[in-house]
Design a protein around this ligand. Structure first.
Ligand SMILES: [Zn+2]
Length: 209
């Protein structure tokens, strides 16, 4: 097993790799946020579950991380810094504001450390960037930085939203035709809101009676 944390499809509802990555800290609107990236292997597990690395690469990196624990911890620290920068960039972009220099620098510093994407491939009926063959602990962060750069340069800020549940506040890219999506997921926050509305309605009805 790669990671102690089990990842579910409900952890990947952002619609973009960089948004799912930004959502690896839960309940940022609450007094007790929950950071699911506690160790390098958590980052590794997340990337494997997100399909950003192959299982062979994951095994290699897991071995590397065991052999170089300090380097792995440093990559985890960079991952958290990147996540903080991305969250700042996404909030300001969605709000139509200029980014903070520190946030943009945070993304660009890591983009500069990532190798160039030099070839496009045809895979499973779609085009994507061919991932360079590397063995670096930091390679886990590259697809996230590329995804963020692609989103910021080609995406529509009006479609970048945060879950309407104030405590959750997960990011997602609203690809619906009329931009009507409100929740990170209907099966979690959407359902909770529906149950609350139902409770409030029955309470009002009971009070009236
Ligand atoms: Zn939510």
């Amino acid at each position: 097993m790669i990671s102690a944390k089990q990842w579910n499809p409900s952890d990947f509802v952002g619609g973009r790799d960089c948004l799912d990555f930004a959502n690896t800290v839960d309940w940022t609107g609450s007094p007790t946020p929950n950071d699911v990236l506690q160790e390098y292997r958590d980052l590794l597990g997340w990337c494997a579950a997100a399909g950003l690395i192959r299982s062979g690469q994951a095994k290699t990196l897991r071995r590397l991380a065991r052999a170089e624990p300090e380097a792995a911890t440093q990559v985890l620290r960079r991952a958290r810094e990147l996540r903080r920068a991305l969250r700042g960039l996404f909030v300001s972009w969605a709000d139509g504001e200029s980014p903070r220099k520190a946030d943009l620098d945070g993304l660009n510093d890591l983009l500069a450390r990532a190798p160039a994407r030099l070839s496009v491939r045809w895979r499973k009926g779609d085009y994507d960037w061919a991932r360079p063959e590397h063995r670096s602990l930091e390679m886990l962060l590259w697809p996230v930085t590329w995804s963020a750069a692609d989103l910021l340069t080609h995406g529509d800020p009006v479609r970048l939203k945060r879950c309407a549940d104030d405590g959750c506040s997960w990011f997602f890219y609203d690809a619906s035709r009329n931009r009507s999506r409100r929740w990170c997921s209907m099966s979690t926050c959407g359902n909770r809101a529906k149950a609350q509305r139902h409770y409030q309605r029955t309470k009002v009805t009971r009070t009236r009676v």
